[in-house]
Design a protein around this ligand. Sequence first.
Ligand SMILES: [Zn+2]
Length: 117
Amino acid sequence: MALDKKTLEEFKELLLKEQKKIEDELKRIAKPVNEEAGDYATTYTNIGDDEDENASEVEEYAGNLAIESSLEKRLVETKEALKRIEDGTYGICENCGKEIPIERLKAYPSAKTCMQC
Ligand SMILES: [Zn+2]
C-alpha cells in the first residue's frame, strides 16, 4: 500500500519542522557555507588570547565540530527525504525497492531503507 496524499503531507510537515530545528541549532554553532546544500562550517569563537582561554576555545570548537557534523548529516537526510516526497519516491526502500513500513517512517521520517536492509 503506497502512502496516501494526506500521510505524505504529514510527513512533509514533520520533515520541514525537523529541517527548521536542525538549521536553528546549526546556526548557533556554525555559519552556512552553502545553505541550499545544507553545508555549514563550525565557527571558532575567540574568547581571549590567554593560554587557558585558547585551550577552552579549542575544546569548544572540537565539541561544536562534532555536533555540527552530526547535525549536518541529519539536515542532509531530511532534505533528501523532502526531495523524495516531491519526486514521489518517499517511503520506498532505496536498496530493495520495497515499501518502508509506516511505523518505521514515523519513528524515523528520513529513513531511506527498510528494516531488513
Ligand atoms: Zn529494503
